[in-house]
Ligand binder design. Structure first.
Ligand code: GSH
Length: 246
């Protein structure tokens, strides 16, 4: 039987969330690393309107978005584990984390890394690509970089703005953990809320169990800022989630 294919960018924290969830739920898949641009062509070939990764193709069935992929995977869990993907409270928290933490951690990072230190970003995109695609990416890098800067509205001020949005979400997540709960939803097992927060915040703390821990270099201002945040309960929770479950 052919495995479902998960199309992804190595650097994407949403793709990390999908991979981690699939593995936690015991759902086998084949990761397919794509290059920016190619992700849109392949998505269209599968009838998707938007190119955004991750998307998963299982025969004729296509599922796009880390949230939908985890929901799909939970229904196919082979080990009896669940992520509470059908719990409305969990879904609401997941959406908040995806849209505010996911988007703004990414903009916070790229606003400095891609704008001022783009040679540290390119090798991360190249990991896992075929040799011809690595060459293509190398040649197309300045165009890809410009499109990303425009598409995500990156820049110094924008980076500061996104950093402030993340801080407000860290305040919220810290307040949830303040009653001593082990997991963000309050149960005895991790849920999709923990998986979302952990994978989307991981770039700030580089957990040793993360496949990019030795690969991503944080740019200097961001590095200084997140060093101060590292002791926050939520970022400690990210590290514990990786240690226990990744
Ligand atoms: N909410 C979506 C966000 C996915 C997303 O923003 N993917 C980015 C990579 S981090 C992407 O594919 N960007 C390129 C594009 O949208 O064409 C999810 O959870 O999967």
């Amino acid at each position: 039987m052919t495995k479902p294919k998960l199309y992804l960018f190595t650097i994407s924290h949403y793709c990390e969330k999908a991979c981690w969830g699939l593995e936690y739920l015991g759902v086998d898949y084949e990761p397919v690393v794509v290059m920016p641009g190619e992700h849109i062509t392949i998505a269209k070939q599968h009838g998707l309107k938007r190119g955004s990764v991750p998307y998963l193709v299982d025969g004729d069935h296509v599922v796009q978005g880390s949230d939908q992929i985890l929901k799909w995977a939970e229904a196919r869990s082979t080990n009896g584990k669940s992520l509470d993907c059908d719990n409305p409270e969990a879904v609401e928290m997941e959406q908040r984390i995806d849209h505010l933490v996911g988007v703004h951690v990414r903009r916070h990072y790229y606003s400095e890394a891609l704008v001022e230190h783009s040679s540290t970003v390119r090798p991360v995109f190249m990991r896992g690509l075929s040799l011809p695609n690595r060459i293509k990416l190398w040649l197309a890098w300045s165009v890809i970089r410009s499109k990303m800067i425009e598409g995500m509205d990156l820049g110094k001020e924008q980076g500061i703005e996104s950093g402030n949005i993340v801080v407000a979400q860290l305040d919220w997540l810290d307040s949830l953990l303040a009653d001593g709960r082990q997991f963000l939803l309050g149960g005895a097992q991790p849920s999709v809320v923990d998986f979302s927060a952990a994978s989307l915040l991981a770039p700030y703390v580089s957990p040793p169990e993360h496949s990019l821990a030795q690969v991503i270099t944080l740019p200097p201002r961001l590095s200084e800022q997140v060093a101060v945040w590292r002791t926050r309960p939520t970022l400690q929770h990210v590290l514990s989630m990786y240690k226990a479950f990744r």
